[in-house]
Design a protein around this ligand. Structure first.
Ligand code: ATP
Ligand code: PRP
Ligand code: NIO
Length: 498
């Protein structure tokens, strides 16, 4: 259940969740007899989101679900048969549609585990297999991994601001980018560090704990605030959190205290109060004093109102006595970065004789945007207490093996080089996920990935985790790969006389 698909939200088949050009290229490859040619693609982003120093990889389980179930239904085939070109003729002929009808995903997929801390240029997913299939899945993989990684990263930042002991509740569904944006965001927010969601469908689909308080309308429905709190306590004697700011916040706290003391007489305890407006630092401190003075030190103080990581940090610095953070809009809409710019690039094609590889490159005006050729792996070198020190991208299909003490070269500034100590401990981040389209072993549950994400972020140096001008974590190309890429760039770039 935990990794259940997003796919059921609208329809059972997601084969058409793609850009048209994936299908026109698929037809073209098939027509040219290139469709079975073995290809390798990598999915990666270039820059961590939110001007931050890291990202939390997410979306793999959804991607795997999509790949494992990928098929064209009869409805999909009929729709494709109905598409016409500019002269009115069919876009896709029947013999190609017959091919699609029988298509199954048979590629190998290697990927970084969900929850892993990742950096720019590092492949998160590697797809190796028949060119037509590996190309076809580009758009769906990107839409799944980009959004999940973006929101998981935002959640990790919010969690980091809240600290290890406070609770973080995701309240975003009403402001999310539509229903599946909200559903996907709840999943990713939990993976990245939220403790629970108010989104009940996400609870059902993904096994995320669901939590909540009540709205202002509940208080407004009753003649007096006290009656509203009493009525809520009557319905949920052991699960009540009262929203206290409908009229006057500190009066609301006093009313909550009065009802909490009545509840205590019948053997029940008030869970908490929620502040949703005003100066949250001042009001939480005053509320804490009133609650403590009334003998209610265990009543929690929940805050909400356009919260995000910087505001939470500021409130903590102001000494706010908030212990539960309800975070909605800014988390699920990834404020202030609309999208993660992940890309999916072809990096290798089997040679015509089927024996070796042609490594491929996409040039760009900006060297940093030029793709990396090869069949890539990421090696993370570890320092004391297994703290990540530097990452090296290397080609597992290179002509010569890795040297015992590799040198990492910054892809955007080749004068920045970093030798690795021989024998330095490391782990390789990409692990086999699918072989011939089949899962090699069960994926971690969502809760396991969430625990892993928290461990990963906590293991990063604070200088990389900070929000303002974070330290740049070193990611380099292994020297031979760097040199090979430079040579390919020189070969492919046209020489124009000055
Ligand atoms: N002590 C504080 N320091 C910094 N920002 C705060 C503090 N207290 C609250 N905020 C934030 O300031 C913003 C404005 O809150 P405020 O309650 O003044 O206006 P509001 O949202 O319009 O209130 P209302 O919901 O009553 O209309 C919110 O994002 C809130 O979280
Ligand atoms: O602010 P967010 O981080 O999105 O958190 C969720 C918000 O949703 C609710 O407000 P509601 O929809 O009632 O409107 P409001 O903003 O006027 O309180 C709740 O009271 C929070 O304020
Ligand atoms: O349960 C809550 O308090 C809640 C849920 C959604 C949005 N705002 C608040």
């Amino acid at each position: 259940m935990n990794n259940a698909p997003l796919s059921g939200l609208y329809q059972p088949s997601l084969a058409l969740l793609t850009d048209l050009y994936q299908l026109t290229m698929a037809y073209g490859y098939w027509k040219q007899g290139l469709h079975e040619r073995e290809a390798v693609f990598h999915l990666y982003f270039r820059k961590a989101p939110f001007n931050g120093g890291y990202a939390v990889a997410a979306g793999l389980a959804l991607a795997v679900d999509y790949l494992e179930t990928l098929h064209f239904s009869e409805d999909d085939i009929s729709y494709l048969a109905s598409l016409t070109g500019s002269k009115g003729g069919r876009l896709f002929p029947d013999d190609f549609l017959d091919y699609l009808r029988d298509l199954k995903f048979t590629c190998d997929v290697d990927a970084v585990a969900e929850g892993t801390v990742v950096f720019g240029n590092e492949p998160l997913v590697r797809v190796q297999g028949p060119l037509l299939q590996a190309q076809l899945v580009e758009t769906a993989l990107l839409t799944l991994v980009n959004f999940q990684t973006l929101i998981a990263t935002k959640a990790a930042r919010v969690r980091d601001a809240a600290g290890p002991d406070d609770a973080v509740l995701e309240f975003g569904l009403r402001r999310a980018q539509g229903p599946d944006g909200g559903l996907g965001a709840s999943r990713a927010a939990y993976l990245g560090g939220a403790d629970a969601t108010s989104n009940v469908l996400a609870g059902q689909r993904f096994g995320i704990p669901v939590r909540g308080t009540h709205a202002h309308s509940w208080v407004m429905t009753f003649e007096h605030e006290l009656d509203a709190f009493r009525a809520y306590a009557d319905a949920f004697p052991d699960d009540s959190v009262f929203l206290v700011d409908t009229y006057d916040t500190l009066d609301g706290v006093r009313h909550a205290i009065a009802v909490a003391l009545e509840m205590r007489k019948t053997g029940h305890e008030l869970g908490g109060i929620r502040l949703d407006s005003g100066d949250l630092a001042y009001l939480s401190k005053e509320a804490r004093k009133l609650l403590d003075a009334a003998g209610l030190p265990a009543v929690r103080i929940v805050a909400s109102n356009d919260l995000e990581e910087n505001l939470i940090t500021s409130l903590k610095q102001q000494g706010a006595r908030i212990d539960t953070w309800g975070v909605g809009t800014q988390l699920v809409t990834a404020y202030n970065q609309a999208a993660l710019g992940g890309v999916y690039k072809l990096a290798a094609l089997r040679t015509a004789d089927g024996q070796g590889w042609d490594f491929t490159i996409k040039l760009s005006e900006q060297q940093a945007k030029t793709s990396i050729p090869g069949i890539l792996q990421v090696r993370r070198y570890l320092g004391e207490a297994s703290q990540p020190r530097a990452d090296m991208i290397y080609n597992v299909a290179a002509a010569s093996p890795l040297p015992p003490a590799p040198v990492l070269i910054d892809p955007s500034d080749s004068t920045r080089r970093r030798p690795v100590h021989p024998g330095a401990p490391y782990r390789d981040l990409l692990a086999p996920v699918l072989r011939q389209g089949r899962l090699v072993q069960p994926l971690p549950t969502l809760a396991e990935s969430r625990a892993f994400a928290r461990q990963e972020v906590a293991g990063l140096d604070p200088s990389i985790r900070r929000y303002l001008n974070p330290h740049v974590y070193p990611v380099g190309l292994e020297q031979a790969l760097y040199e090979f890429r430079t040579q390919l760039m020189l070969e492919k770039r046209p020489v124009r006389p000055a």
